[in-house]
Design a protein around this ligand. Structure first.
Ligand code: GAR
Length: 199
């Protein structure tokens, strides 16, 4: 299976997925890293790994439909079977979702449905939550909303700083996302309404 990973920034989850597919005997390869940010560090990671990368900037298109039409063109060129959003800070539009139904995953640094949005770690920290975590889910047309595949809790300790909490969350992400990808590639995920059955 040919994978595309979408990133807007650092790309540490991109790296974790790439590394896990290298290390294990999984019939899947990351063949494309797509970013909406031409300065994203993920571009350097892709180059380092010898993985094709492309920057598609929203500002170069007159509307979201045209922007996503270009993204779809890039995906079709590479015959992509699974898209992983990994710190891709944009709401995926209906055109892209229709084109890849049940084939787009996202990782979110909180236990959904709590703390949706782009500042989930800070929001959980500011709120004074005692437990937060990581969710990997299928993408639907609402933000941070689709059926949940895997979740793992992360305790917020009294002596944590926002930074130390973020580091622990990222450590969990780097294990959880590759696990979810592996389940998808093995055909073990069945969507039943809001539920994901792992078979
Ligand atoms: C990750 O923590 C990911 O869960 C989060 O952005 C970070 C990207 O890090 N995504 C969201 O907040 C989406 N709502 P990375 O670029 O190092 O993988």
């Amino acid at each position: 299976m040919r994978l595309a990973i979408f990133c807007s920034g650092n790309g540490s989850n991109f790296q974790a997925i790439v590394d896990s597919l290298k290390a294990k005997d999984i019939p899947a390869t990351v063949v494309l890293m797509l970013t909406d940010q031409p300065g994203a560090f993920a571009l350097k990671r892709a180059k380092q790994e010898g993985i094709k990368s492309v920057a598609v900037e929203r500002k170069n298109f007159k509307n979201k439909e045209d922007f996503e039409a270009e993204i779809i063109r890039q995906l079709e060129q590479e015959n992509i079977g699974l898209i992983c959003l990994a710190g891709y800070m944009r709401l995926v539009g209906p055109g892209l979702i229709r084109k890849y139904p049940g084939k787009i995953l996202n990782i979110h640094p909180a236990l959904l449905p709590a703390f949706k949005g782009t500042r989930a770690i800070k929001d959980a920290w500011d709120y004074g939550a005692k437990v937060t975590g990581v969710s990997v889910h299928f993408v639907d047309k609402e933000m941070d909303h689709g059926p949940i595949i895997l979740q793992q809790a992360v305790e917020i300790k009294d002596n944590d700083t926002e930074q130390s909490l973020a580091e622990r969350i990222h450590q969990v992400e780097h294990k959880l996302y590759p696990r979810a990808v592996k389940l998808f590639v093995a055909g073990k995920l069945k969507i039943a309404g809001r539920k994901v059955i792992i078979c």
